[in-house]
Design a binder for this molecule. Structure first.
Ligand SMILES: [Zn+2]
Length: 389
């Protein structure tokens, strides 16, 4: 009797939590990781995937994507499974008024594990309603988060065009009231400078689009601005949120060179970031590889770091007993150009290759298999009576 329902052999396993960075086999039993060990006999797997030459990582955790709330939102399955993502966070598409609909129509029906950051605006991210200060209710937002703390992981503040601090202060307050965190996407204004905004955030709160050209992390002197360093020191996290307008190599490269990597790598996936700026998770990870970040760090910032940020430390790891969410990634070596986004004109960084996702496994079940590594050859199709009426 095989011990494992699924056995992934010969892969290079990267699991930050358990300090694994080398050749290992991974056994899955039912919906859970059962073993990560060297040389697990092939006979102990009911189904065996040969991952030789590939990386085997925890299922990727994308803490900034969009599955509801505005016209660009996408189905979780289409933006996650093809790219190794098993867990996504909808980043503020719904607010306390609209979350239940989102949950009923999308989250419950999705095979992807979907969490939500609740917009501080009760109506969520739907164009002009985001400007309605009257609808930024700290108590009702916090109450909804507490009620559905199984799915809602925190608060999102975004796109407020007003002069003041209402959106940010209320978002942070709602996070405090609900024991969660607040992720902010706000450009600076003369009345609302970025350095002061960072001071209003506490440990565990975060800034997304951290390498966006519209919120320049690099000053005219070419250096990471000191208030970013101070904020990181205080435990504020910095998230990529690549998107269509929010990632520029001209910000990211010097930041990395100066020892300021992002805490979390994420996509800001929506229909506009899908093709032009290629914000898919594996593609964004490839951009960090191309900038010289070691693969172990790229994986950590795409698995364990976001799992910690959203307070779901059962995810982002291959610890035996954890949900069997696994990605099998291949570095496809061939000269290529990787695109950044929007305001700087979709420039490319030349690279030696890119990560592509071969297999996505969620809760022990294969959800995406690019080259059919888990499948049998067609010539073994079972014989049956083909003379159907
Ligand atoms: Zn976004």
């Amino acid at each position: 009797m095989p011990t494992y329902d699924l056995l992934i052999k010969n892969g290079h396993v990267i699991d930050t939590v358990n300090n694994i960075d080398g050749l290992m086999d991974v056994g899955v039993a039912g919906r859970s990781v059962a073993a990560v060990e060297a040389n697990i006999p092939e006979s102990s797997g009911r189904r065996v995937i040969d991952a030789a030459g590939m990386y085997v990582t925890p299922g990727l955790v994308d803490m900034h994507a969009h599955a509801t709330g505005f016209s660009g939102s996408m189905f979780p399955e289409e933006m996650c499974f093809p790219y190794g993502v098993t867990t996504m966070v909808d980043c503020g598409g719904s607010g306390w008024r609209t979350f239940d609909d989102f949950n009923a129509n999308v989250i419950k029906k999705s095979a992807v594990r979907v969490f939500a950051l609740l917009n501080i605006v009760g109506q969520g991210m739907e164009g002009d309603v985001e400007q309605n200060v009257e609808d930024m209710d700290t108590e009702l937002t916090a109450a909804k988060i507490r009620q559905r703390s199984d799915i809602i992981v925190g608060v999102k503040v975004a796109h407020f065009q007003g002069r003041g601090w209402e959106s940010i202060d209320r978002g942070v307050e709602a996070a405090r009231l609900s024991g969660s965190f607040c992720l902010v996407d706000q450009n600076s204004k003369p009345t609302r400078p970025f350095d002061e905004m960072l001071k209003r955030l506490g440990p565990g709160d975060g800034v997304t689009h951290c390498f966006g050209y519209g919120k320049p992390i690099i000053g005219n002197d070419g250096k990471v601005k000191p208030h970013y360093l101070d904020a990181r020191e205080r435990g504020v996290i910095f998230d990529v949120g690549h998107g269509n307008n929010s990632f520029s190599f001209s910000m990211a490269k010097p930041s990395l060179e100066q020892g300021f990597p992002p805490d979390t790598i994420s996509t800001d996936m929506h229909r506009s970031s899908l093709h032009t700026s290629r914000a898919q998770m594996t593609e964004v990870m490839s951009k960090f590889l191309a900038m010289g970040m070691p693969i172990t760090e790229v994986v950590a910032r795409s698995t364990w770091e976001p799992a910690k940020a959203i307070n779901h430390t059962e995810l982002g790891t291959l610890t035996p007993g954890a949900p069997a969410d696994i990605a099998i990634l291949e570095f496809q070596e061939r000269p290529c150009g990787l695109s950044d986004s929007g305001p700087t004109g979709y420039r490319i960084m030349k690279a030696d290759g890119r990560l592509i996702n071969q297999v996505t496994i969620k809760d022990g079940s294969v959800k995406f298999d690019y080259d059919g590594l888990s499948k049998d050859d067609w010539v073994d199709t079972p014989k049956t009576d083909l003379n159907l009426p």
